[in-house]
Ligand binder design. Structure first.
Ligand code: NIG
Ligand code: FE
Length: 413
């Protein structure tokens, strides 16, 4: 199947392949071609350029895109998409003054989600997650990372990872699976945290390795959750199974986890609402991507990660949703785009680079998605009657995307 899009008002995020994420002033550029053409064959981008240089292409379908801006789809590199139930009660408790940490200390939070998930069948979890995934694709997400972490037992963690594997096999969009057994200490191990760590290392990881259930490994490194040393133990064991690390760090406290994770070769460190001078230094020029999650800060009413400071210090920054029932019940990347601009004062250029090119790096998909590049997947967003990408975050709270194409096919929402 071949498609030629002609007279595109603006083709945005046009780049050559590179294994380097964007840093510093490169984040300020959003390379684009005005009055462009784009040629797609069998779901891949084959050619593009100015209409003035259009080569003859034997396309089966030709579309005039005079009033359209075309951009690559969003890449969401951090979600907890597979969960059993929402947590509105905790939402109300926070309105009445309880903090996220106080709610967790009372047995709410992650443990609440784990109890609900234990009671749900794999099929029901799958159907719910599939429905959420379809909604996200309709809002422009065209690659996604999904974590386990609401299981906290061998059976339930494996159940979540099998759901993710099933979603992968449906080939909707590229999916990466992350094993987050170390999300919280389950009740059964309240007085035996080492016993739970042993369970992760000796019982969960061997099955995950055997069934090829994960691409990455994650740890919630935070006071009352897991220490830096425990995080390192999990990362090291994960690497023996070929799993690279993507970790939750510096959400509420700076514990030195960033330096440890960077030295352990983590692909990304995520959250970063609380940063120290030493944390900036560890991340400057590092290959580890710093992923900010502004919807989480919005929902919890807490500080935002200092992304502009990071970019100015040569740290490679990405943005993701953190979609989960506790701290971020939204997987809408358009809203992340708005918050990045409005609350974090990122320019639309910086924000869009962070949620496409750098986000692809944060999940090892830099050769597949995240830009208009020959050979990459034709995962495309179409915007009608707007003058620039700034219109996207400007229209906060909803999606102004006219059409989403995945592998060159139009997704009906
Ligand atoms: O990334 N911080 C840790 N985990 C999730 C939230 C977990 C929950 O509250 O269910 C997050 O924000
Ligand atoms: Fe998270």
């Amino acid at each position: 199947m071949s498609i030629l899009f002609t007279y595109i008002k603006e083709l945005v995020q046009v780049r050559e392949h590179t294994n380097e994420p964007l840093r510093g002033t490169a984040m300020d550029e959003l390379p684009s071609i005005k009055n462009a053409y784009l040629y797609v064959e069998d779901g891949r981008i084959v050619d593009y350029g100015s209409m003035d240089d259009l080569h003859p292409h034997p396309a089966e379908e030709v579309y005039n895109c005079e009033n359209q801006i075309i951009a690559p789809g969003y890449v969401d590199s951090h979600t907890h998409l597979v969960f059993a139930a929402t947590r509105e009660k905790e939402f109300e408790d926070r309105i009445h003054g309880l903090s996220y940490e106080e709610i967790a200390a009372r047995g709410g939070g992650i443990l609440n989600s784990a109890a609900k998930l234990a009671d749900m069948s794999e099929d029901d979890l799958y159907l719910q997650a599939q429905d959420r995934l379809k909604q996200l694709i309709a809002m422009g997400t065209t690659a996604i990372e999904i974590k386990s972490g609401y299981g906290l037992s061998v059976e339930s963690e494996i159940k979540i990872l099998r759901v993710i594997k099933r979603l992968k096999s449906e080939n909707y969009i590229p999916i990466k699976a992350t094993f987050l057994g170390a999300h919280a200490i389950p009740l059964a191990f309240k007085d035996d945290r080492n016993g739970y760590l042993d369970l992760i290392v000796n019982e969960m990881l061997p099955v995950i390795g055997e069934e090829n259930l994960a691409d990455y490994i994650d740890v919630f490194c935070e006071k009352n959750y897991f220490t830096v040393d425990e995080m390192l133990r999990i990362i090291e064991t994960g690497s023996a199974y070929g799993l690279k690390a993507k970790v939750h760090v510096n959400q509420f406290n700076a514990l030195g986890a960033i330096d440890a994770a960077v030295k352990a070769g983590a692909v990304s460190v995520d959250h970063l609402e609380v940063m120290t001078t030493a944390d900036y230094e560890s991340l400057a020029d590092a290959n580890t991507i710093a992923t900010a999650l502004p919807s989480c800060s919005f929902f919890l009413g807490l500080d935002y990660a200092p992304v502009n400071e990071m970019i100015d210090k040569n740290i490679a920054v990405a943005l993701a949703t953190d979609y989960n029932p506790g701290s971020t019940p939204s997987g809408n990347m358009n809203f992340v785009f708005s918050l990045a601009c409005i609350k974090m004062k990122m320019t639309p250029q910086r924000a869009f680079n962070a949620m496409t090119v750098n986000a692809a790096h944060a999940m090892g998909l830099q050769y597949e998605v995240g830009s208009i590049t020959r050979g990459k997947k034709a995962h495309l967003l179409f915007f009608k009657d707007i003058d620039s990408m700034a219109a996207v975050p400007y229209h906060f709270g909803h999606s102004i995307i006219d059409k989403v194409l995945v592998n060159g096919h139009h997704i009906q929402d």
